[in-house]
Design a protein around this ligand. Structure first.
Ligand SMILES: [Zn+2]
Length: 65
């Protein structure tokens, strides 16, 4: 399985499960489009960035030592 990370919501997903690559969904693609248009295009819905960090495994946390 090829896992890719959505540049909008930062969620990992299987690229085969999405029809809106490189985004995880049509919603995120719309959000990206809205940003390009100066955020005039608003998409309703809650923000789900970094929520509980579920699945957001990017590497070991930095250790202050
Ligand atoms: Zn997304």
């Amino acid at each position: 399985m090829a896992k890719v990370r959505c540049p909008i919501c930062q969620q990992w997903f299987d690229e085969k499960s999405s029809s809106a690559l490189p985004f995880c969904s049509e919603r995120c693609r719309t959000i990206d489009l809205g940003r390009w248009l100066g955020e005039a295009y608003r998409v309703p819905g809650p923000e789900t960035d970094e929520k509980a960090g579920a699945g957001a495994v990017e590497g070991p946390p930095p250790e202050a030592d």
